[in-house]
Ligand binder design. Structure first.
Ligand SMILES: Nc1ncnc2c1ncn2[C@@H]1O[C@H](COP(=O)(O)OP(=O)(O)OP(=O)(O)O)[C@@H](O)[C@H]1O
Ligand SMILES: [Mg+2]
Length: 363
């Protein structure tokens, strides 16, 4: 088992496209790291460089203390599962899993032992004689995983391995992949553009945008301490609500003011406001941190536009000018369209962003 280090790795395609830009990353031994970002941000390119399927334009890649930047894929001890995991249709499950071992000239009885072992881990030991066309999508997915772990790689790369599965199966395969990771203990980089998949699986999440790392942290970090507007918006459903506010000072107190709100924040953020007197800021607040209250304690009062029941809770949308604010409220009492709601903010969860840099202010 090993660490994976990417140092200032850049990948340029042709003259114009910089798919990955001065990318720095340190994956710990046995870690389950998730690379998360929107389509086209460079996730697959970054993984293909680690696997050796794509040359780097600049930078270095290390596995443990071994510099693998210029090594061919077969000498890197990396396994990769691709977006379209394509198991070989003309081979049985057994042969799919054993193929790479055969190429390595592993003795037959050892191949059989290894195939049975990884088939056991991935719950396909009953299917070894079947062909892929005789398997469900989830079973084919498990064959792809078994095939990749059969070589006992030091680094295991999974590029959106669940994207071909239906919603329900995706969720149950998450749990299975995590369990398989715990058994193999391989250092794993899991790529996805699905934030809920990332939140539920990762030890740490790396958020990418336009080829660059935007934030690295635990699921809690990126959710509660989003480093920028992009992260606060990308993580969480519904996403963070944003309000443009002006900072106004009055007898040493700082207030956040716009046509709909005017309040004195009572929390960690009031400290940060000193440097932003008379300036414009973006206030970020998550839907579950806005609470229904009475008129007297409300920071914001407005009409409910729609309420979406979700069983365990309801998502209430209100409209402020051109913008919607979403609030997660308990399922009962049901809020009806047109009803006036009085809202307060959980003050210790507020986050402020600088509109120019889009970065968070404070910690
Ligand atoms: N071989 C190539 N030649 C030119 N441009 C490429 C090539 N491969 C990728 N790109 C470009 O590099 C950028 C990053 O692509 P990449 O496939 O790494 O994104 P991604 O984050 O994996 O996206 P997705 O979530 O859609 O899979 C994109 O703009 C893409 O068009
Ligand atoms: Mg991709």
């Amino acid at each position: 088992m090993a660490t994976l280090t990417m140092q200032d790795v850049t990948k340029q395609f042709g003259r114009k496209v910089i798919a990955v830009k001065e990318f720095n990353l340190e994956v710990q031994d046995q870690e389950f790291l998730v690379l998360l970002g929107p389509s086209g941000c460079g996730k697959t390119t970054a993984m293909r460089m680690v696997a050796g399927l794509e040359e780097v334009t600049n930078g270095r890649i290390l596995i443990g203390d071994r510099d693998v930047t210029d090594l061919p894929p077969r000498n890197r001890n990396v396994s990769m599962i691709f977006q379209n995991y394509a198991v070989w249709p003309h081979m049985t499950v057994f042969d799919n899993i054993g193929f790479a071992l055969k190429l390595k000239k592993m003795p037959k009885d050892e191949i059989e032992k290894t195939v049975k072992e990884v088939a056991g881990m991935t719950n396909i030991d009953m299917l070894l004689e079947r062909y892929p066309s005789q398997l469900s999508g989830g079973q084919q997915q498990r064959v792809a995983v078994a095939r990749a772990i059969a070589v006992y790689p030091e680094i295991f790369l999974m590029d959106e391995p669940l994207s071909n599965l239906d919603a329900k199966l995706r969720v149950s395969m998450r749990t299975e992949l995590k369990a398989i990771h715990d058994k193999t203990e391989a250092t794993t980089v899991f790529v996805t553009h699905d934030q809920s998949e990332a939140m539920s699986m990762a030890d740490r999440i790396v958020i990418m945008k336009d080829g660059e790392v935007i934030q690295v942290g635990s699921p809690d970090d990126v959710y509660h301490r989003s480093a920028s507007i992009f992260v606060a918006d990308f993580i969480g459903t519904p996403p963070t609500n944003f309000l443009e506010v002006d900072v106004k000072s009055e007898n040493g107190d700082y207030r956040l003011v716009n046509p709909h709100v005017d309040f004195k924040p009572e929390s960690h953020i009031s400290e940060s406001l000193r440097d932003y007197d008379k300036k414009n800021l973006i206030l970020g607040i998550r839907p579950e941190n806005i609470v229904l209250t009475n008129q007297k304690d409300a920071v914001l009062s407005a009409e409910c536009l729609v309420s979406e029941p979700q069983g365990s809770h309801q998502v209430v949308a209100i409209q402020l000018d051109q913008q919607y604010i979403k609030v997660i409220a308990s399922a009962q009492p049901k809020i009806n369209p047109g009803e006036t709601v009085h809202l307060a903010f959980k003050q210790d969860t507020l986050r402020l962003f600088d509109p120019e840099t889009t970065l968070a202010i404070g910690d």
